[in-house]
Design a binder for this molecule. Sequence first.
Ligand code: SF4
Length: 507
Amino acid sequence: MLRVVIIKPSKYSLSGDVERFKRGFMPNSTVPYLRSMTPESIDGVPIETIAIDEYVQTDLGYLDLLRKPHVPTLLALVGVQSHQFHRSLDLAALARANGIHSIIGGPHVMTCDTADLHGRGISFALAEAETVWASILGDAVRGELQSAYGREQRWAPELSAPVLVPPSSRDLRRYLVPMLGIYPARGCPFTCNFCSVIKIAGRQIRSQSIETTMESLRTAKRAGVRLVMFTSDNFNKYSDAPELLEQMIKEKLHIPFFVQCDTQVARQEEFVSLLAQAGCFEIFVGVESFSRRTLLAAHKAQNHPATYEEIHKLCARHGVVSHFSNIIGFPDDTAASIREHLGVLRAMNPDVASFYILTPIPGTEQYDDFLAAGWITEMNLDRFDATTTTWRHPNLTYAELQDLLFECYRKFFSRRHILHTAIRTLRHRQPNAGFVPYFGQPLFSRISAKRRTHPMSGGIGKVRLDSDSDYRAMRRKRFGVDLVPLPKSLALSKADAELNRRVKIAI
Ligand code: SF4
């Protein structure tokens, strides 16, 4: 038998604690995908699969699976972003010390050069699971992993994703509302220089079959899932989306869901109407900035601030919550320009807003530019989570940016805004969507900002159980470092660059 332990690692907070919450906000999409892609046996060897999202795991019993394995075990650390990389190394080192094969995959290792860490008993998956997971499992059954998988091609040209096995009711209870992330399409055609999505999933939009998504939705509903997050980046650019929505309406699925769209959705009223009829309760849009100059400098030319108000009105007309995501701390920003941005946003009055500090995410074009210019000041990858300052801003200090971040949240989510939005949106709320999207989320954002914690940090009821000091010695022993040096971005292979090259976009 082979036991496969799939873990989405958490991250170390500023105080060094492993971030864990009593209840999570956002489900992780990769864990159920990997779990669903794992067969029950390989070459006659039975496989037992255990799936863990560390952010909401407050029972540390799963660490015993890594400390005292009673059966051959493979540890797969999945969906690992740069700020979760140290945590993933530590779990891998713990597992390896106890004879367990470990592999790390996800955005960081797919987009950053980790070659210095190869050959130290831990494996790395540099490509999408569809292209490498079967070989990894086969090798694990035979008891021998390669040091890296998927060097030649990051993306599968066609997606053959599985129908999702929904989480158990126990695992669903770990979230504020029982919810599941479903990823019907991947990739984004645009070229924003701060964006990791196009490096992780490419610019060519690839999608799974509509029937696969429908069956995942039906199974999820039967298993008690109450909300679905479609985690595809630009749902309005996914060409099969209208057909999928029509099917959801025809089957009367009545499962409330969340989507992300680009700002060109402003011209897609019919699509927004279809979304609302199919059960969409919230559309998340990356507006980022109201300055066209800033947007052009960030290669986000498809965003035209003149259209933002229309997006909010469109959502309001169809009873969908509008969520505008904003970035503060672009190189041109000053305290005055950020306050001006906030003023324009408040006047526009979308239902929900989120704010992030500009972070050069390792693997992105912007990261390469900032690194080459010597602007990056933060050497600890744990901090690259878009809530704190990682580089020397020309006009703003670290403390000023932090103050401005929480000021934006506090002022946007005034008592008046929360009350008015709740009254306005609850009238048209999606049946079965509960109160969280309409009232709970804005209220929580206000409370978090008052406490100077980022509302999108992952959940409620922080639980302190273990910290990086429990693992540092193992990290040093296995990898010879305290902090992994800031990596170089990984160049695309010829095949991946060719897939990107075929993309055409209208700005
Ligand atoms: S539109 Fe969004 S997903 Fe696409 S490149 Fe820009 S930031 Fe990334």
